[in-house]
Design a protein around this ligand. Structure first.
Ligand code: PLP
Length: 457
């Protein structure tokens, strides 16, 4: 008889499939490794199993223990499957930008799920990293796998995914591309393949709003690179230990929109119903391939998960339209508005230590109603004339205090391709301005007046 003793026996050994239509324009053979063939429908089944088994060996996880992890969903799914087979409990913390489907799946598998705010720094006690750490400290006999810094993550890919790719390409692979989140699937596979043939080139796919590409290219961890984005699973605002920059030859950044549209094309044109970050990986890898691959080259792109987890987002037409992601938007975009501004216009900002009285004088002289507040080279807050008026009426002596005492939260960043209808939903009585980064990395402010002007031109 041919059977597995439990579901975890079915992890790994996923197929390689050639891209036919979406890779047009690129030379060489471009293959994708479809990790949704794993029992939890993602490549994270591999690392979940390895982290648990290594913890059992080291004694960090004991019988009847509780597994606590901060996860974008897929690792939770893999951990749940392994925990069910091995008799552990699971508690997960997720960021609230994650698809509701992912949360429901984890609960269906018996896990306890804590949903935490996305737009807070990792050190904030409300972040999903901090909540997981706190629960781990409080709950006896609990184990925190920490997929970001637990090297069993990359090792799982070194021991399984890498050898499968080498075997299935008959050692002919020349390029490997993967989205980079924790870095496990990029660096574990890269280490194995480069060990077999040091000429294999690796391409990491990053998001706008993530620190990786700039860090690789300049060695600088730039907090200004960090801003909210929507793609799930790739890009980070931290440097996980599983990312070994020496193993990643190039980084390509992909927008939320390009990744989402490519995921939809993969479904329609290749019959591959894949997750959002798969679209990002394929889009970025093909951009790279068009410039760099030769006819005899063989590229493998890893496809982390399945499309069902994004039914309410990337595969929902209304959601796509709401986010300005549909191919033919009729409204102008942030890009159009920014292009219409004077090229020489510098963003007006106020330093957080500026006295409130001085700030209002300067704003008044320039005819500005609201401005971002900066400190330590980062956007730390925002201020409006209405807010200053309210503060001074309450306590006139405040005029000699720094603006940081009364400032509001920083203006949010939005994507350059968002359309005016979407942007207008974000601007309201509490949000007077938004920030957007152009292709040259220059930051611009968008206000209600900018939106009105763009619609009446
Ligand atoms: C959907 C998805 N894509 C890509 C990744 C990135 O993979 P890695 O963590 O191996 O860098 C993840 C990891 O969380 C993911 O969940």
């Amino acid at each position: 008889m041919n059977f597995h003793n439990s579901i975890i026996g079915t992890v790994g050994d996923t197929p390689l499939v050639k891209l036919n239509r979406v890779a047009k324009g690129a030379k060489g053979t471009i293959l994708v490794k479809l990790e949704y063939f794993n029992p939890g429908n993602s490549m994270k089944d591999r690392i979940a199993l390895k982290m648990i088994e290594d913890a059992e060996k080291s004694g960090a996880l004991k019988p009847g223990g509780t597994i606590i992890e901060s996860t974008s969903g897929n690792t939770g799914m893999g951990l749940s499957l392994a925990a069910i087979s091995k008799g552990y409990k699971c508690i997960f913390t997720l960021a609230d930008k994650q698809s509701p489907e992912k949360i429901d799946i984890l609960r269906a598998l018996g896990a306890e799920v804590h949903v935490c705010p996305t737009n807070v720094v990792p050190e904030d006690p409300r972040s999903y990293y901090s909540v997981a750490k706190k629960l781990n400290a409080e709950i006896p006999n609990s184990f925190y796998p920490n997929q970001y810094d637990n090297l069993s993550n990359a090792l799982a890919h070194y021991e399984t995914t890498g050898p499968e790719i080498w075997r299935d390409t008959d050692g002919k692979i020349t390029h490997y591309a993967a989205g980079v989140g924790t870095g496990g699937s990029m660096c574990g596979v890269a280490k194995y393949l480069k060990g077999k043939n040091d000429k294999v080139t690796t391409v990491g796919i990053d998001t706008y709003g993530s620190v990786f590409k700039k860090y690789k290219e300049t060695g600088q961890f730039d907090g200004n690179e960090v801003y909210p984005y929507l793609t799930e699973g790739i890009g980070e605002d931290i440097l996980p230990k599983n990312v070994d920059f020496g193993l990643i030859d190039h980084f390509v950044k992909v927008t939320d929109k390009d990744g989402a549209l490519m995921a939809r094309r993969l479904a329609k044109e290749e019959g591959m119903f894949v997750g959002w970050s798969c679209g990002s990986a394929v889009y970025g890898a093909i951009e790279y391939a068009k410039e760099n691959l030769q006819q005899e080259d063989v590229m493998v792109i890893i496809m982390p998960d399945h499309g069902t987890r994004y039914l309410g987002k990337v595969y929902n037409d209304n959601w796509m339209k709401d986010h300005g992601f549909t191919e033919t938007g009729s409204f102008p975009t942030a890009r159009d508005i920014v292009a219409g501004k004077n090229a020489g216009d510098e963003l007006f900002t106020i330093h957080s230590s500026t006295k409130i009285g001085d700030a209002i004088q300067t704003m008044n002289a320039r005819g500005i109603d609201q401005a971002p507040v900066v400190g330590n080279g980062e956007f730390v807050g925002s201020i409006s004339d209405a807010k200053i008026l309210k503060a001074l009426i309450g306590a006139p002596a405040l005029k000699n205090r720094p603006i940081s005492q009364i400032m509001d939260d920083s203006f949010k960043f939005i994507a350059l391709d968002n359309t005016v209808d979407v942007i207008s939903k974000v601007l309201d009585k509490d949000t007077k301005g938004l920030l957007v980064r152009d292709d040259q990395n220059k930051v611009h402010i968008l206000t209600q007046t900018d939106l009105l002007m763009s619609l009446t031109k």
